[in-house]
Design a protein around this ligand. Structure first.
Ligand code: DC
Length: 231
């Protein structure tokens, strides 16, 4: 039987990391963890409690409140992945709004937030057989992952994908607004002091601007098969 491995998928926002990660996890029977959902849920908590808004961010109070934040993924068999629960409430839809997207990078800059979430992520992956996507998975969470993928695509390609998703859900957004958000998040994610988004030295870079979902999946599955054969 093939050995179980750890698959780390990092990259810029809206590069389709979660699509690929879900495909792989379903095919391999692995656990899938969307770490962006965890940062988004902490952001939603900060918004609900008035710690962050367009004018201000009370970082210190959020840090003090971290022990009151309980995050869980509960598997939804119909969807085929774990939905995000914040203190027992399903927040899967709420964490995907443009408001949450506009604050999440600021929350993700806070080292205390990162430390709490990274600890939980390491625990989820201790038995391997996991596909985790985020920004620091191959560099910080699982530096020893057997397979590391770093996904890129042009900012306009990514904004178009995110715009189509939001419009399909009925969100009233403009393409310019989404593009601005994608570019701002790229900037903050790559420039923050703690665990900036960088490609791990041993990661395989995939630019999927011109790859469809199937082509991308087949490419990565081939890598998985090569690795599991040799370990
Ligand atoms: O993958 P996403 O777009 O849902 O992630 C939301 C934000 O969370 C992203 O802008 C940066 C942050 N993030 C992070 O800092 N580290 C991770 N491992 C995952 C996400």
């Amino acid at each position: 039987m093939n050995k179980k491995i750890t698959i780390a998928i990092d990259g810029f926002s809206s590069t389709g990391k979660s699509t690929l990660a879900k495909q792989l996890a379903n095919h391999l029977g692995y656990i899938y963890v969307d770490t962006g959902a965890m940062y988004r849920a902490v952001t939603l908590f900060a918004m609900q409690n008035g710690y962050i808004n367009a004018e201000s961010f009370d970082k210190q109070t959020l840090i003090t409140s971290l022990p009151n934040i309980k995050l869980q993924f509960k598997f939804n068999a119909d969807l085929g992945f774990g939905e995000m629960y914040l203190n027992g409430v399903n927040v899967e839809t709420e964490i995907r709004t443009i408001e949450v997207s506009s604050f999440v990078s600021k929350v993700a800059e806070v080292s205390e937030v990162r430390a709490k979430l990274v600890e939980q992520q390491k625990e989820m992956g201790k038995d391997k057989a996991i596909v985790m996507d985020g920004r620091d998975i191959g560099t910080v969470v699982f530096p020893d992952a057997e397979l590391k993928i770093f996904m890129t695509a042009s900012a306009t390609t990514r904004a178009q994908r995110r715009y189509d998703e939001l419009v399909a859900k009925g969100d009233a957004v403009t393409f310019e607004e989404v593009l601005k958000n994608v570019e701002e998040r790229d900037y903050i994610d790559t420039h923050r002091k703690d665990s900036p988004l960088v490609m791990a030295e041993d990661a395989m870079e995939i630019d999927n601007s011109h790859l469809n979902r199937k082509e991308q999946f087949d490419l990565v599955l081939e890598l998985v098969n090569e690795i599991t054969k040799t370990i």
